[in-house]
Design a binder for this molecule. Structure first.
Ligand code: SF4
Length: 257
């Protein structure tokens, strides 16, 4: 049974999708603070690794994430090379201390890289860190999902997947520049379950442009029908001054064929 805390719900808090939350970061948090935190890790300290892939095949018009279009392949390759250097640096600084219990790939959309690149990153992490059968999770853009991805995730022992579903209403998908029909999401879920990946989260959104309560109800009904193991329901924050929408030409480039 879930506990209900109305006092906590009434308190204004920052958008909470990661910890520490974005508001905790400032110029005071830099390389020195990072090094001190790494040096404080002891031999048996349980640690989690988060690997950020700040790219997406298509940029959604409502997106406020730290991401960019994956179209420029050299930029993606440069980032992956830098990421591998960072993994080596962190592992060297830890010098074998810490027990990795969780590895999370987030973004952006980690499936904006090629499946083989995910395997390379995991190989490196599992080779350089003390990690015995860690729980591995990944965020996926359903639009870029394929049977190859399902195979690779299963082979890599990924156990938890989070799908960016947002809404099933076709007219809202059109309004936010994210077309992914219900039948496609059904295929993605079936493809994951076929490979025994059952811990599936749906990210959903409310307050999207033109979205009515009836649209949200319908999306929730379809979601219940697909029975993900977890639902994360986020409110859309309309902040055009802070997060300008992609320019029209970028929209066209990023539109699905
Ligand atoms: S897939 Fe997710 S991270 Fe990428 S642009 Fe869309 S909302 Fe943003």
């Amino acid at each position: 049974m879930w506990s209900y805390h109305p006092d906590l719900l009434a308190r204004p808090v920052p958008r909470y999708t990661s910890y520490p939350t974005a508001m905790e970061f400032s110029d005071d948090v830099g390389a020195d603070a990072y090094a001190r935190a790494l040096d404080a890790v002891e031999a048996a300290t349980p640690i989690s690794l988060y690997v950020h892939i700040p790219f997406c095949e298509q940029i959604c018009w409502y997106c406020g994430c730290n991401t960019g279009a994956a179209g420029r392949k050299h930029r993606l390759a440069d980032y992956l090379a830098a990421l591998q250097s960072e993994i080596r640096l962190v592992a060297k600084r830890l010098g074998g201390r810490g027990r990795v219990q969780r590895i999370a790939f987030g973004g952006g959309s980690p499936n904006a890289i090629a499946p083989v690149e995910l395997v390379r990153l995991l190989d490196l992490l599992l080779t350089l860190f003390d990690a015995h059968r860690p729980e591995i999770s990944i965020e996926l853009d359903p639009r870029g999902f394929s049977a190859e991805w399902a195979l690779v995730l299963a082979a890599a022992r990924v156990t938890r997947v989070s799908l960016g579903v947002q809404t099933f209403a076709p007219h809202i998908q059109q309004a936010i520049g994210r077309i992914q029909p219900l039948s496609h999401i059904e295929r993605v879920v079936a493809g994951l379950r076929l490979r025994d990946i059952d811990a599936i989260n749906f990210d959903l959104m409310y307050g999207l442009p033109g979205q009515t309560l009836a649209d949200l109800d319908e999306t929730l009904d379809e979601t219940i029908h697909l029975a993900p193991s977890r639902i994360s329901l986020f409110g859309y924050a309309h902040l055009p001054n802070m997060i300008p929408a992609p320019a029209p030409d970028r929209r066209q480039r990023s539109a699905r064929p």
